[in-house]
Ligand binder design. Structure first.
Ligand code: NAY
Length: 288
């Protein structure tokens, strides 16, 4: 399960309905062009928190059908509705997803016992491995080393998608749990995480920048730091431009520039203005 995983985008039409043809094209682009090791399906980048259970299931099905066994698949099933999380965990395990992942429960400021119970409840219902999805900036859930340790006591919890700029904590987790998988979640910090000996990364910008992400990981592993820094710098020029223009909308527009039917984002995400569409195309022209 090590390696580079694209946090997969989904293509939607103007009304917010799944564009199956576009979704299949995004999947193929990631496998053939970005040459990633796997896909992280229905994460933040997949606009998971904006869509119905039925649509989540349909996306899981389409992606599995398109991928077959070509690359690894991780299903993000986390939900504030724990019944939905369990249902999706069972559904994707039956479909043959290699692992599931679940965002920490958010919004109600759950205490750690509640967070732990959430993970154990999901796992009691399925015979699959789980990767914790930790993204404190969006969830407000900050866990410390001991708490990660308590969650990792469940052997079915095999790792964490660590989307945080806390390299002190990342190093402590790496050192304390050498057998658990750590995936870096901030693409702009991939090199900084790589030197701490992570096992992989999961990123939204890999949809359009997968090859550079791999170079960063490989150069860092070979100790070629000067070259790795250059590729991270180029990557960060791309990411800064994308963040400035509207993250997910711009990535979709960049994919469209490459002939991929990446469609629209779902409301309440906005449409890009004409000049922003132009800027997205310039970013694609320059970096893809
Ligand atoms: C997800 O579930 O899709 C992710 O969290 C992937 C990680 C991304 N985080 C978010 C919130 O989009 O790739 C990152 C991020 O977009 C990138 O580093 C730019 O900040």
């Amino acid at each position: 399960m090590k390696g580079l995983y694209t946090a997969l985008m989904c293509s939607f039409d103007e009304k917010g309905k799944i564009n199956e043809k576009g979704l299949r094209e995004i999947v193929r682009h990631n496998i053939q062009e970005s040459q990633i090791d796997g896909l992280y399906v229905n994460g933040s980048t997949g606009e998971n928190f904006l869509i119905s259970t039925e649509d989540k299931k349909r996306i899981f099905e389409i992606v599995k059908d398109e991928v077959g066994d070509q690359v690894k698949l991780i299903a993000q099933v986390g939900s504030l509705n724990i019944d939905e999380a369990v249902e999706l965990a069972q559904f994707t395990t039956d479909l043959g997803y290699d692992a599931i992942s679940a965002v920490t429960p958010f919004y109600y400021k759950f205490n750690f016992e509640e967070v732990k119970d959430y993970y154990n409840t999901i796992l009691e219902s399925v015979d699959n491995d789980l990767i914790i999805y930790s993204i404190p900036a969006l969830t407000g859930v900050n866990m410390n080393l001991e708490q990660f340790g308590e969650l990792f006591e469940n052997e079915k919890i095999i790792g964490v998608k660590f989307t945080a700029p806390d390299f002190f904590l990342l190093e402590r987790i790496r050192h304390a749990f050498p057998d658990k998988l750590i995936y870096s979640g901030f693409d702009e910090m991939l090199l900084s995480a790589s030197v701490l000996n992570i096992d992989g990364a999961i990123g939204s910008t890999f949809n359009v920048n997968g090859k550079r992400a791999r170079q960063i990981m490989e150069l860092s592993a070979e100790g070629k730091m000067e070259e790795a820094r250059k590729v991270q710098k180029e990557t960060n020029d791309l990411i800064a431009a994308v963040l400035d223009n509207g993250l997910y909308q711009t990535i979709k527009e960049m994919l469209k520039f490459k002939g991929i039917d990446a469609g629209h984002c779902r409301k309440p995400m906005r449409e890009l203005k004409e000049e922003e569409v132009g800027r997205a195309r310039q970013i694609a022209e320059k970096y893809m």
